[in-house]
Design a protein around this ligand. Structure first.
Ligand code: ADP
Ligand code: MG
Length: 265
């Protein structure tokens, strides 16, 4: 499954809603190809708005979002969205479609022939840890919350998108399942290498999944860097408090995970 991520760049993006709310205030941020950028911050800070400016569910008031240097507003919005996987908390599976039909949605829209669609669906269900023989024919109501999230991830990956947007994808499942989904997601990313923008309000999740973290508050980028940098050198008192008073323990975990410490995990 060879795939390559695309660079995603926000350049001076502002979003003012009709009622005057400024959700994004001059956001500039570059996510390199193949990176996982965790967008983290307090509720209402603009994270979901930032994601939706990429697939044009929201149009920025000013500024641009570029994918591999190309303005997302150049060209057809439907074609754009087929190149961007999108996973949300409530998954949005089609209730009257089976698991296999849900995962096949975009390949079928793209007109793939049926043998190729079937092969892709089988490959993806395996990839997300759902045995195709058991799960392909089930409807969403016959799945657990964690299984539904896996189907959502498989569906988003179906057409090999160079960019994936994930908006609190694992927030609705219990902590044990969430950990497992995070681990599986990281393994999938290792194999596929797509660029990921991953929204979470949970700083521990951001530290675990992000190669880099963008901390957003009040529509502004407060700090952007690798997890270790936010933990070691928080830009201000807000970041320090947000990453938590136990940041030194977390920092040790990050260093240990990177193999930089000889420390039992
Ligand atoms: P987050 O995902 O970080 O919680 P959002 O991007 O959803 O934040 O929201 C950012 C701000 O924009 C909030 O103040 C929110 O109330 C506001 N907002 C979001 N959607 C709309 C909308 N459609 N109309 C007006 N205000 C909105
Ligand atoms: Mg949100």
């Amino acid at each position: 499954m060879p795939q390559r991520g695309a660079t995603v760049e926000y350049r001076g993006v502002c979003k003012r809603y009709a009622d005057g709310t400024v959700a994004l205030d001059d956001l500039s941020l570059t996510v390199p190809a193949g990176a996982i950028c965790a967008l983290v911050g307090p509720s209402g800070g603009g994270k979901t708005t930032a994601l939706k400016c990429v697939n044009r569910l929201i149009e920025a008031t000013s500024g641009t979002v570029l994918i591999d240097g190309r303005d997302v507003r150049d060209g057809d919005v439907v074609a754009l969205r087929r190149r961007i996987g999108y996973v949300i908390q409530q998954v949005g599976l089609f209730p009257h479609y089976t698991t296999a039909q849900n995962v096949a949605t975009v390949p079928e829209l793209l007109g793939w022939e049926s043998g190729r669609v079937h092969a892709r669906v089988t490959e993806l269900l395996d990839l997300v840890g759902l045995d195709p023989a058991r799960y392909a024919a089930r409807y969403p109501a016959q799945l657990s919350g964690g299984e539904r999230q896996r189907v959502g991830v498989a569906r988003a990956l179906a057409a090999e998108p160079p960019v994936m947007l994930m908006d609190e994808p694992f927030a609705a499942v219990d902590p044990i399942v969430r950990e497992r989904l995070q681990d599986e997601f990281l393994q999938i990313h290792d194999r596929i290498g797509m660029t990921v923008l991953f929204v979470t309000h949970d700083v521990d999740e951001a530290i675990k999944v992000g190669d880099r973290i963008a901390l957003i508050r009040g529509g502004k980028l407060v700090q952007y860097g690798p997890p270790d940098e936010l933990l070691a050198r928080p830009a201000d008192a807000f970041v320090r408090e947000f990453v938590g008073l136990d940041r030194w323990r977390k920092r040790l975990d990050v260093l240990a995970a990177a193999g930089l410490l000889d420390r039992p995990r």
